[in-house]
Design a protein around this ligand. Structure first.
Ligand code: TXE
Length: 485
């Protein structure tokens, strides 16, 4: 098992291959700011080769009995678990996230993703409709062909496996394009699928940039299904590329998620939950609750305790077991975070905690991309800082006076991905959940994930849903067969 290989090659037709153009990009370690490997800087010729391999493999793979596909995906899940420590370390080095987080969140979830869909395809039900004495109808849900799977840098293997598993479980073949910022675990997954015995061409991974590889995938005539996770700006480009080709597209995009704390909440639970939803993965999870709203009578108490707990989060070298807060994934993202903290102060906000890079972590991380957990108070509800996605360890905390008011604040947003509501009045919880315009509403919890539920966002947070039945239906084509009696 290669872990920190100097060159991350493409995986096409079951083989590791050089990019046709022979070029490689630096792969930077966020904790040090220095290149530690290189990834293929691929282009259309590599995507064409992957499409040819995927097309060839589709003939047999789409006809393979579900139980055979299931066995192979279960083997992949087992091998991910076998290599958990190596994968977790690779993910931590590649993204800057704490090793402890990669070990407990990212990699176990990647195994669960494969295991979930490997078993889901064994239990799907089919619909039949009897038309009086006229006809018998049944619905076939057949694999669509080649799926293009494009993923971001914040949860690399977690999110890529969330696409690969359902796409190939139902009988499609796939071309995956991981973020050029975090290619390592996708590369390691290729060795795992080969060891598991996945037939050549079922999964192909083409590394490279958005314009040179991602855009080629979305425009490719042989790739008829696109599943994208990333920023809203890029999501719009993906949708524009797919529309004229009538491709089926799923978009999981950005968020600016409200986290609502009523005065009757269990405040200790709300503070512990808000700490996670604010700063997990350095706030680089699109589901993070970056807009915290607290009922006025509890506001002072919440802010004081929340800041006290946040100040105890341990910033450090991601590879240090005691680290809670690692590095930001890229220099670009770090600059974006600094810009918004500066903007927040220009918009009248007060930096109540953090707001800058920490003291030197250690010599190894001297040039790494670090930023303190940051809490900003005193902002107007609808300023830019409260409307635009920052995607870092930065939250705003704002008081509210009534349920109606906070629902208006929560919904006054271009995004609609997720929200949290903390209250011990469950009648209120149901009432508020119905009125908040987000794809997920967590009540007295955050990031509790059942893989059967629909997952995704409204408005500029995306189109479509992943997870469970939704994913199986997205990656298949329904066909009505109507037989006269
Ligand atoms: O950018 P990009 P990032 C959101 C998160 C944040 C953003 C971070 O909120 O805003 O994504 O994503 C490829 N055609 N989510 O910085 O550009 C690119 O190479 C085709 C929401 O990575 O969106 C990379 O592989 N592809 C999400 C991928 O798109 C293109 C969870 C994403 O990159 C392309 C995670 C193009 N023209 C992050 N340009 C959720 N809702 O779950 C780039 N790419």
């Amino acid at each position: 098992m290669r872990t920190e290989s100097p060159q991350i090659q493409n995986f096409i037709d079951g083989q590791f291959t050089e990019p046709t153009g022979g070029k490689y990009l630096d792969n930077i370690e966020p904790a040090t700011g220095k290149p530690y490997s290189h990834l293929a800087d691929s282009d259309a010729r590599d995507v064409d080769a992957a499409a040819a391999a995927a097309e060839k493999a589709f003939v047999d793979w789409s006809k393979k009995p579900a139980v055979e596909r299931s066995k192979l995906l279960l083997r992949v899940a087992d091998l991910i678990e076998r290599d958990l420590e190596k994968l977790a370390r690779a993910e931590s080095v590649d993204t800057g996230k704490p090793l402890s987080l990669a070990r407990t969140l990212d990699i176990p979830r990647a195994a669960s993703n494969f295991r979930f869909f490997a078993t889901a395809i064994l239990h799907t039900e089919s619909e039949a409709h009897i038309t009086d004495n006229v006809a018998f109808n049944y619905t076939l849900r057949q694999p669509r062909g080649i799926a293009g799977l494009i993923s971001p840098w914040n949860l690399p293997l977690y999110l890529l496996s969330w696409k690969i598993a359902p796409a190939i479980a139902v009988g499609n073949t796939a071309i995956a394009k991981p973020s050029e910022l975090t290619p390592m675990t996708a590369y390691m997954l290729c060795e795992i699928v080969r060891e598991a015995g996945l037939p050549s061409g079922v999964l192909n991974v083409v590394h490279g940039t958005g314009p040179n590889v991602g855009a080629v995938i979305t425009a490719h005539s042989k790739i008829n299904t696109i599943s994208f996770t990333g920023g809203t700006v890029t999501g719009r480009k993906v949708a524009e590329a797919c529309a004229p080709l009538f491709k089926k597209v799923s978009l999981e995009l950005g968020g600016k998620n409200p986290n609502i704390v009523f005065a009757d909440a269990n405040l200790d639970a709300a503070i512990a939950g808000s700490l996670r939803s604010s700063f997990a993965n350095q706030g680089q999870i699109c589901l993070c609750g970056s807009r915290v709203f607290v009922e006025r009578s509890a506001y002072k108490d919440f802010v004081a305790h929340f800041i006290e707990k946040a100040s105890q989060l341990k910033m450090g070298d991601p590879l240090d077991e005691k680290t809670d807060q690692g590095a930001i994934a890229s220099k670009t993202q770090l600059e974006k975070i600094k810009f918004y903290v500066d903007l927040a102060q220009k918009e009248g906000g007060t930096v109540a905690l953090g707001g800058k890079a920490p003291e030197l972590i250690n010599e190894r991380c001297h040039d790494g991309y670090f930023f303190q957990p940051t809490v900003i108070t005193g902002l107007p509800v609808s300023c830019r800082t409260n409307r635009e996605e920052i995607f870092g360890p930065v939250v705003t905390v704002t008081p509210f006076d009534s349920e109606e008011e906070v629902i208006k604040y929560a919904n006054d947003c271009d995004y609609g991905l997720a929200s949290s509501v903390w209250t011990q009045n469950l009648t209120r919880a149901h009432r508020v959940a119905e009125q908040i315009n987000t794809g997920t509403v967590w009540v007295n919890c955050w990031l509790v994930r059942d893989l059967r539920v629909p997952f995704g966002g409204m408005k500029q947070s995306g189109v479509g849903r992943e997870g469970g039945e939704e994913a199986l239906r997205f990656f298949t084509e329904p066909k009505n067969v109507c037989i006269a009696k």
